[in-house]
Design a protein around this ligand. Structure first.
Ligand code: FE2
Length: 234
């Protein structure tokens, strides 16, 4: 009999099985859990984890400090990503075009493979809903756990990017989830495949089991959402 992993016993899924999003879904995160990235000024409260949707979607409440931002321009190879504004403003560049979400319920959908980044352009906190459609389990593992824990442990630069050897193994491990776009992925991949054996010998791991099982910083009560936001089926 195979035991379903408990909330603190999520493992590192392998790319080949994760993209299918079928079968047993590891419990990475649970509703109300809080994960924070102090480098980027991000706080995520889990609303609907991928484990409740068969891995199909993950819905997160995203709070962004004034000037806070996503770490690096990136793409999601197989996921759609939707941001819907609840409070404040959220600036998003996708495919070179800038949009500022500034109305409650205003939403933007980013297609797989489209380069994008976002930030809070104001002096007040921003609150938005982030929905990842497709590969949700792996998104939770990479963003909320691997990247955020690296930031908490001081293992990223000021922009929230993992330092080079760490970036090599994590970028290869999670290439199905997120790829930074500069330099080109083709050039990054060549570099990372040269560096990865060295990094692994030095003890770096792309998906750190300790991060996958680290307790959240706190458990929060989810805010009630206004009708304009609920219209997006959150
Ligand atoms: Fe994204």
């Amino acid at each position: 009999m195979s035991a379903r992993p408990g909330p603190w016993r999520a493992g590192c899924s392998h790319v080949a099985r994760s993209v299918v999003d079928e079968g047993e879904i590891p419990v990475n995160v649970s509703p109300g859990e809080v994960y924070e990235n102090p480098r980027c000024g991000e706080r995520i409260v889990v609303r609907t984890p991928a484990s409740e949707t068969g891995g199909k979607r993950s819905v997160m409440d995203l709070y962004v400090e004034p000037g806070g931002f996503a770490a690096g321009e990136h793409i999601h190879p197989i996921s759609h990503e939707r941001f819907t504004l609840v409070r404040g403003k959220l600036a998003v560049i996708q495919g070179g075009r800038k949009t500022v979400l500034d109305k409650v319920g205003q939403s933007i959908l980013i297609q797989p493979g489209i380069e994008h980044r976002w930030w809070n352009p104001t002096g007040d906190k921003t609150y938005a809903i982030c929905e990842v459609i497709g590969n949700g389990t792996r998104f939770e593992q990479m963003v909320m756990r691997q990247l955020f824990c690296l930031a908490v442990d001081g293992k990223t630069n000021a922009e929230g990017m993992p330092k080079l050897l760490q970036r090599a193994v994590t970028s290869l491990e999670f290439q199905d989830v997120l790829r930074f776009v500069k330099p080109s992925w083709k050039r990054q991949r060549i570099l990372y495949e040269i560096l990865a054996p060295v990094a692994r010998r030095l003890g770096y791991v792309g998906c750190n089991p300790e991060y996958m099982n680290r307790k959240p910083s706190e458990i929060a009560v989810l805010e009630d959402l206004p009708d304009e936001v609920l219209a997006w089926h959150y």
